[in-house]
Ligand binder design. Sequence first.
Ligand code: FE
Length: 208
Amino acid sequence: MSPGAVIDSRRPAGDNRVMDAAIDRLRRLYEGGAAHSDYIGEAISQLDHALQAAQLAASACASDEEVLAALLHDVGHLCAPLPAVRMGTHGISTHEEVGADFLATLGFASGVTERVRGHVAAKRYLVAERPGYAEALSDASRMTLMHQGGPFDAQARRAFEAAPLFAALLRLRAWDEAAKVPGLVVPDFDHYVPRLESHLSAGLEVRT
Ligand code: FE
């Protein structure tokens, strides 16, 4: 049982086990060796990047789905099966798709999975739309942009602007970009367990 896990006695025991197993899987990924490696060429680890992104979302009083999407947006770098397509030394290509699909198998709702899936598109949009955005990116982020398809063309920009999560994806992108501060002390993974339980248990309720 995960620390702080809530047993809902109204729900079949199997449902609580499914939720606990999903959270334990994520905890192992985020506390495992890969999460302590550098965040695709940045000066901080994958774990620190995830925790900082989640803290930025929480500080902005974002919804639980936004906070969880910020926490988990790069899980595709940690969960990708081998051999995954790699962007040189800069992580897993299509990590946003890998991560979103992985989270769906764990029971996350589209409010989390589609934010994760769209977070690279937000970068491609902003690079094309905002003068100077590309220059402000870190070297590693500029490098991965090329592997991710480069800036959106005009048609892709208009389609992205029309997407229901347009504003939310720009918010997530801002937290992602800012979550690269070496040595910053922020709440740990278990701080987010109550949010994870709340989100995953709501999904179980819908399915039962
Ligand atoms: Fe990121």
